[in-house]
Ligand binder design. Structure first.
Ligand code: COA
Length: 383
């Protein structure tokens, strides 16, 4: 197996993007990453695109062909990768495995979702849950995560205010990210006063509905300095599966697929939680942010609430979480999220994150899950 490096990254502005089509959105992100890597499109040997459900959001399937055709890169092979909200991380992992194995040299891994062109995105998002046991009974993602939140509060005494503090953290960082969908600071009181979505989760506990795309260019580590002075190296790429439905789990306050994936990732990288100096976690709802920092080993089970109160998750704390603003403030275009998380950690490691820079960061992590954790992927990077 060869070591793999990232030599170029990009992220589109996230938000409600009325003025750009699905195909132009992903083309723009791809072209920016290619430019950042200082290569030509024709240098690519393969393309992997994470996307959850273009068929429902923009009535377009076979998007791999659409994209390679639209960007003028036929006959380079292009593949779509789908694992609900973890589609982006799996597209990244597909690219990493292609380069590591020696099958391809230079590849691009991207992600895209255009969610705002439908009147009600909720039924499309709900297809990532168990249709027979969850979605058809009227259960939606906010309500699934609401059950996880209630149980976490019951088991560990997590308070409503502590949940809100995760959103406050995200927005504090996201306010410094010009590509974020909601780049404004918020307060705990604003979260507690926002409209109820699924008790106990309110509007400002929820990631938004987002259009966006992101891309990264990968090559063998030994070649990386031919293209850039600031390569970022992939130290671990790990993935695990979990049960699709929530009711099949022994404990709904932890996401087993995350625990398995991160254990593999730490082993691959020969690192421990204390070695990670910045992490982008999958906080589709405030509760999933708290559960993530516990499952990734940064705090003991049940201790995420007190950790948020102590401020260790702030930029400048011992484990800075979501410097980009996370899914809550940067936005969550399902298939693009895992790639956008990667772009953020690459910018951090290249010391290019501007006002949200984590000082002296040398090792960073991304954590991307699909659904309520039916799929989880963890990546570790260093400069
Ligand atoms: N954070 C901050 N502001 C938000 C927001 C969010 N998550 N979602 C919407 N808003 C704002 C809008 O900009 C709008 O503001 P305006 O009145 O000033 O224009 C207002 O709140 C109402 O927006 P609207 O689009 O009508 O909200 P909605 O009630 O239709 O949707 C949610 C809100 C939370 C239900 C929706 O964002 C949602 O479903 N989020 C979860 C997405 C999801 O499940 N993703 C997958 C996770 S696994």
């Amino acid at each position: 197996m060869r070591d793999v490096a990232i030599i170029g990254v990009s992220q589109s502005k996230f938000g409600e993007l009325w003025n750009i089509s699905f195909r132009d959105l992903i083309a723009e992100a791809g072209l920016k990453a290619i430019k950042d890597a200082d290569i030509e499109g024709a240098d690519l040997e393969a393309m992997y695109v994470g996307n959850m459900t273009a068929g429902l959001f923009v009535q377009q399937e076979h998007i791999a062909s659409l994209i390679s055709d639209h960007v003028g890169l036929t006959p380079i092979p292009c593949s779509r990768v789908e694992a609900a909200c973890a589609s982006g991380a799996l597209a990244l992992r597909s690219g990493i495995m292609a380069v590591a194995s020696g099958y391809h040299d230079i590849v691009i891994s991207a992600g895209v979702e255009k969610m705002t062109d439908v009147v009600d995105p909720t039924p499309a998002i709900a297809t990532a849950s168990d249709q027979e046991w969850e979605a058809q009974q009227g259960v939606t993602f906010p309500s699934l995560y609401a059950m996880m939140a209630r149980r976490h509060m019951h088991e560990y005494g997590t308070t409503r205010e502590q949940l809100a503090m995760f959103s406050v953290l995200d927005h504090k960082n996201g306010a410094k990210n010009p590509l974020a969908q909601y780049p404004m600071e918020i307060t705990v009181d604003q979260v507690l006063g926002s409209s109820m979505v699924a008790d106990p989760l309110r509007l400002l506990d929820c990631s938004p509905v987002t259009d966006g795309a992101a891309a990264v260019v990968l090559c063998p580590a030994e070649d990386a300095r031919k293209y850039t002075d600031t390569p970022v190296y992939v130290k671990a790429s790990a993935q695990a599966s979990g049960t699709l439905a929530l009711h099949d789990r022994l404990d709904i306050t932890t996401i087993d697929s995350t625990v398995h994936a991160v254990r593999t990732a730490y082993k691959m990288a020969n690192l421990q939680p204390k070695d990670i100096q910045g992490v982008e976690v999958h906080d589709c709802f405030s509760i999933s942010g708290l559960i993530a920092i516990e499952d990734l080993g940064f705090v003991e089970k049940g201790q995420a609430g007190p950790a948020l109160e102590d401020g260790i998750t702030e930029i400048g704390g011992t484990i800075p979480v979501n410097p980009s603003g996370g899914l809550k403030s940067r936005g969550h275009p399902l298939g693009a999220t895992g790639i956008a998380q990667t772009a953020e950690i690459v910018w951090q490691l290249r010391q290019e994150a501007g006002k949200r820079q984590i000082d002296g960061i040398e090792t960073g992590m991304t954590h991307n899950i699909g659904g309520t954790g039916g799929t989880a992927a963890v990546h570790i990077f260093s400069n």
